[in-house]
Design a binder for this molecule. Sequence first.
Ligand SMILES: Nc1nc2c(ncn2[C@@H]2O[C@H](COP(=O)(O)OP(=O)(O)OP(=O)(O)O)[C@@H](O)[C@H]2O)c(=O)[nH]1
Ligand SMILES: [Mg+2]
Length: 318
Amino acid sequence: MPPIDHWAERVCAGEVLAVSRAITAIENHQPEAEELLRTVFPRTGKAYLTGITGAPGTGKSTLVDRLAAHYRSLNEGVGVIAVDPTSPYTGGAILGDRIRMQAHAGDAGMFIRSMATRGFLGGLARATAEVALLLDAAGKDQVLIETVGVGQDEVDIVRLADCVVVVMVPGLGDDIQNMKAGLMEVADIFVLNKADREGADRLEQELHAMLSLVMPRDGWHPPVVRTVASESKGIDTLAAGIAKFRAHFESSGERRRKHVEHWKQRLIEMAESRLMQKVLGSGKGEAKLAALAGEVADRKKDPFAAVTEILNQSGITL
Ligand SMILES: Nc1nc2c(ncn2[C@@H]2O[C@H](COP(=O)(O)OP(=O)(O)OP(=O)(O)O)[C@@H](O)[C@H]2O)c(=O)[nH]1
Ligand SMILES: [Mg+2]
């Protein structure tokens, strides 16, 4: 059996070491990663991806942890991807995540990985999407993706998910008003976490008031679920909300349309990423680009001619 097939077999059997090695290969954009993903791809498409996002410190990791425990109690395989815990907002998040993960150590039905750095070749969203695919191949029924909802990268990542959960907490001031419109738009479910704190009722009223102004997407009204993640309160309700959302889209035939839309986006991103690699692949490409940009800035060359030159030199004829 070729080594890649052997590796793929081990990934699909859910072997932790094989999965870990594959994720590292994906992060480093190693050529074997693509080969591996191609090999396992026919066996993917079963996992349900839930994205959990929200402002720093709202309790996302705690929620993910409790939700994971809930799914494990139903004997479902769970994969967790914690993206970008290195943002300047979150000091010891990785350490905290590590400690939480210890609680699941030794559970073969659970796989947890932090993706700690930015600057992945081809982008963080690509790496996350590929890791999610890999966990899908590894037989995880539920893949939970935690991201801090602060930038475009994060919005791109949550868009990958089948269901997007946006976490809010009372006492962050005018957080609804300040919330990124982009994040609001992608929310399928709102979680009002830290409901044990003062101001929970007011925040819930504000959310409902705001939601009443928004047109339901495909017949779905995003519910507001109150949780106290640190006490495991409301987790069943959240899981039920996710299941209801899933059923809503599966029965209405929207699921396939969503998946086609998803792959349309992904294929464009992959084409872009491959093109960039071809153009900037070597160190030389970067230098050449800088030289051309200089010529354009100095008006020695027009940008259209420069682009044609870049493409031609990369062996691309359009
Ligand atoms: N009072 C209260 N505290 C909570 C609740 N849920 C989480 N916390 C606490 O809030 C703090 C932050 O929780 P995390 O789960 O690390 O939050 P996070 O959103 O993952 O944080 P970052 O990844 O750093 O953005 C921790 O001290 C939790 O114990 C809750 O429902 N009520
Ligand atoms: Mg966290």
